[in-house]
Design a binder for this molecule. Sequence first.
Ligand SMILES: [Mg+2]
Length: 228
Amino acid sequence: MPIRFVYFDLDDTLLDHRRAERMALADLYEAHRAHFGEHDLEVLRTTYHAHNVVVWRRYAAGALTKAEAKHLRFARTLDALGLTTLDPDALSDEYLACYARHWAFIDGAQAAFHAVADRLPVGILTNGFVEVQRAKLERFPDLRDRAQAVVISEEVGHLKPHPKLFAHAAAAAGAPPEALLYVGDSYPSDVEGARGAGWDVAWYTADGSRDAAVFRFHDWNDLLARLG
Ligand SMILES: [Mg+2]
């Protein structure tokens, strides 16, 4: 069946989340340089990332509330670094403010999004904290304005790769699963989630090592060529 609707993932597909996270942690590090003692910035980044992944997984599984997740990722980072003089909740708020200052499109993604939206109806399907993801759509109103459906996991109550989130998105698009294409960067969340729901997938990745059965691209022109 031809593709009739294209959903895009937001973080690390259209927007460079990873870069914004790295820059925000650099801002925190500079602002609180004296507290970090002998720890360098890369130690902060590595430690935060390790704890954030674990906390996110538990939040996604419903084992933590959003407030607990926001608190814990910084509380555990500070604990691991032996830093007792910084308040994790204040740091979390500061982090989110710094993070927002560094939001930007991935190279080529904005033009490609418009090119796809010129041909087919498009939507956004994203995990993440709802207020943060909504703020991104306010910052980049062309995403919000051209999207015919915006599906944020927290608003639905299930995170990718949960089949109920994909079913909700399919209903919002008004198309059967086999007429939907999902464009995303995460193998477990996006590729496995969309395939499990019966959608077609375009995997945005530089990693060619895994799963040759999936269409993958790292040059946005390749995605446009695929759509014909
Ligand atoms: Mg992503």
